[in-house]
Design a protein around this ligand. Structure first.
Ligand code: SAM
Ligand code: SF4
Length: 326
């Protein structure tokens, strides 16, 4: 079992397949981010499989593929197939632009649930946020996923003055669609123009939604980061991920591998441990995995504070979100 200094068992690994993307979400990808990692520094499909097996041998039970956009990676299909042979719950976070090309493979790989990111229900706002005109394509792919019986969690990053007024519209969608709409507080990363007053905190999200809907609290699973709710009579649910205003680090079971094979013990960790370099030298990476976990701080990578008004975003030592893997 992979355990840290605070007795938290880590059985969930997120693997980033690439730091490239077919969208340009301003909160994720800094303007100046033009140079992607060279292909030679990315973990190959085989290296991803080897590393994943090692983590699974040490207790990992869930693997999420992410990025950048995981489906733009040339070897995405190969990687999904390789990982589908492992005894884990395999899942993926995607912007869904290319999802129609992968639906059958998701099903044959045993993927039953996936996270789709969509921050707005308005195509014009989508274009302003992502600099790409893909809203209708994503929506069609979302419908295809539902038709295929996939469980869809819809991730929405909520930014004050941009899309917070749309929250009730997302909740309204859950009346007839069995989707799980999740509202994520805007988090600070390198170069993403984060300001504390652009965060729309969980309490205000709930207050806004309660002006239009009566809802109940649902039971959350042990390591859930999302607090789940359901409007009476709706097919789907909604949830809030309150990283900034009410962090949930005590139940954290997550580890991350960046596309270039560095292990991060937290989304906000300063430290990274180079597993790929060690693997390529033929070294045993298990002691390095444990070393990385031993460095894990109790909360928020030891860098952010729960009173997020005082965070100086430009002083954070971290990668941009797109280069970490969300
Ligand atoms: N490209 C895929 C996608 O967009 O779903 C996967 C990678 S993306 C980095 C993973 C998740 O991180 C997305 O749901 C995205 O909305 C979220 N994310 C990115 N930057 C964020 C930020 N600054 N604050 C909160 N969530 C963020
Ligand atoms: Fe790409 Fe996802 Fe980041 Fe948007 S959030 S830029 S889709 S990686």
């Amino acid at each position: 079992m992979l355990t840290d200094r605070f007795h938290r068992v880590h059985d969930y690994l997120r693997i980033s397949l690439t730091d490239s993307c077919n969208l340009r979400c301003s909160y994720c990808m800094p303007d100046e981010h033009i140079k992607c990692m060279p292909h030679s520094s990315l973990m190959s499909a085989e290296e991803i499989e080897i590393m994943a097996r090692i983590f699974v041998d040490h207790g990992v039970r869930k693997i999420r593929l992410t990025g950048g956009e995981p489906l733009v990676r040339k070897e995405a299909a190969d990687i999904i197939e390789r990982l589908s042979a492992l005894p884990v719950e395999l899942t993926i976070t995607t912007n869904a632009v290319l999802a129609d090309q992968f639906l059958d493979q998701f099903l044959s790989a045993g993927i039953r649930s996936l996270n789709v990111s969509l921050d707005t229900l308005h195509p014009e706002t989508f274009f302003a946020l992502t600099r790409r005109d893909n809203w209708h394509r994503i929506w069609r792919n979302l419908e295809l996923m539902l038709e295929k019986g996939l469980r869809v969690k819809l991730n929405t990053v909520v930014m004050k003055g941009v899309n917070e007024q749309e929250l009730p519209d997302f909740v309204a969608l859950t009346r007839d669609l069995p989707i799980h709409s999740r509202f994520i507080e805007f988090m600070p990363f390198q170069g993403n123009q984060w300001e504390h007053d652009r965060v729309f905190p969980a309490a205000q999200m709930l207050a806004l939604i309660s002006q239009k809907f009566d809802f109940e609290k649902l039971q959350d699973a042990k390591n859930d980061t999302a607090r789940k709710f359901q409007v009476y009579g709706h097919k789907g649910t909604f949830a809030i991920i309150s990283t900034m205003s009410e962090p949930f680090c005590a139940g954290c079971n997550r580890m991350r591998l960046t596309a270039d094979g560095k292990m991060k013990n937290c989304l906000f960790s300063r430290s990274e441990v180079d597993l790929l370099g060690a693997l390529r030298k033929g070294e045993d990476i298990v002691p390095l995995i444990q070393y990385c976990l031993d460095l894990k701080e109790e909360a928020l990578g030891g860098q952010l504070r729960a009173d997020y008004d005082h965070i100086e975003a430009d002083k954070l030592q971290n990668r941009s979100m797109i280069a970490i893997g969300g």
